[in-house]
Design a protein around this ligand. Structure first.
Ligand code: NDP
Length: 310
């Protein structure tokens, strides 16, 4: 059985930053990059809000740089996916889809979250060409343009309000005849003259020659006044929730009702000695690369301190 001092699972900003810190502390970490090497940022285009890049940076380039920085300080990067864990006692056991198995003294969980998509083929087709699941990341590219946001929860209302500050018009596509969002967020949306809420509406597909030029919608499906129509838009934002990638760490870690790993205060400690959670898998609120990177640094510092006590 291979034994590691520190294992990091996940290769987004949280995982890579943890690896940079741990590598520089001589912990020789091993990092498993998982299903989406480079994490969620790799599905966006340009990153303009990560400090240090005054002209912005291509998201893949940013992640490649972080990866190279990890390797420079001695992180071994592996490409397997963690499929089973036993965190009942240290050293902790991890199983991977390449049929390997390791035990580790400390573990940093940085598996991120995945935005939920509707499941339309067109979402894949126009990914990065008008389809986005992050208004804060991509909204800036839609200044003075027309966009649609799908969803009726707090995230959708927040994204619609944010986009209304940039775009010329925002449609909020809501499948029910009411918004699920909190009252205050509802009011903010309903009172914003730039936002038009399309209740009882679902998306059938997207169209466009060079990126998204519009959405095929259906109003009141199955109702007497059911109607299909096309809505011209430049951007299509999904805000129907995120799914934290925490399943494989259950039942060991504590999660909230959505599945986000609960940590102690604003630390990355999970309550299991030597096991930390960093980045979006433990963050239902901010979901930003720079925040994830910061929590990855915290997790590595905690792991280093813990290892010194063994
Ligand atoms: P929610 O689960 O609260 O809302 C998801 C929304 O997407 C719902 O309106 C839901 O519709 C809709 N939806 C889901 N699947 C589909 C689908 N296939 N087609 C069309 N619409 C769909 O997720 P959020 O991300 O909005 O919020 C998650 C949690 O985070 C909540 O607890 C929220 O309060 C919190 N949050 C708080 C914020 C704040 O306080 N500032 C900001 C953002 C989030 P339906 O209602 O019909 O199910």
């Amino acid at each position: 059985m291979e034994h590691k001092k520190l294992t990091i699972i996940g290769s987004g900003p949280a995982g890579y930053t943890a690896a940079i810190y741990a590598g520089r502390a001589n912990l020789s970490p091993v990092l498993y990059e998982g299903m989406q090497p480079g994490g969620q940022l790799t599905i966006t285009t340009e990153v303009e809000n990560f400090p240090g890049f005054s002209e912005g940076i291509d998201a893949n380039e940013l992640m490649d740089q972080m990866r190279a920085q990890c390797e420079r300080f001695g992180t071994e990067i592996r490409s397997a996916v963690c499929v089973k864990t036993d965190l009942s006692k240290a050293p902790y056991h991890l199983w991977f889809d390449d049929e390997t198995e390791i035990e580790t003294d400390t573990l940093i969980i940085a598996t991120g979250a995945s935005a939920k998509f509707l499941g339309l083929a067109d979402e894949q087709k126009y990914q990065g060409q008008g389809v986005s699941a992050c208004a804060t990341c991509d909204g800036f590219f839609y200044r003075k343009k027309v966009v649609a946001v799908v969803g009726g929860g707090d995230t959708a209302c927040e994204e619609a309000s944010y986009l209304a500050g940039l775009a010329s018009k925002v449609y909020l596509i809501v499948r029910k005849d009411y918004l699920r969002a909190s009252k205050i967020m509802q009011e903010r949306v309903l009172n914003n003259p730039k936002i038009e809420v399309l209740f009882l509406t679902n998306t059938l597909g997207l169209y466009g020659e060079n990126g998204v030029e519009g959405a095929h919608l259906i109003y009141n499906k199955g109702g007497e006044d059911e109607r299909e129509y096309d809505l011209p838009i430049d951007g299509f934002f999904l805000a129907i929730g995120h799914r934290p990638n925490s399943n494989v760490f259950l039942p060991w870690v504590k999660v909230d009702e959505i599945g986000y790993i609960m940590t102690e205060g604003d630390s990355p400690r999970t309550g299991i000695p030597g096991v930390y959670a960093a980045g979006d898998v433990a963050d239902p609120h901010y979901r930003q690369a720079v925040v994830a990177a910061g929590s990855g640094a915290k997790a590595a510092i905690e792991a280093e301190k813990y290892l010194a006590t063994l």
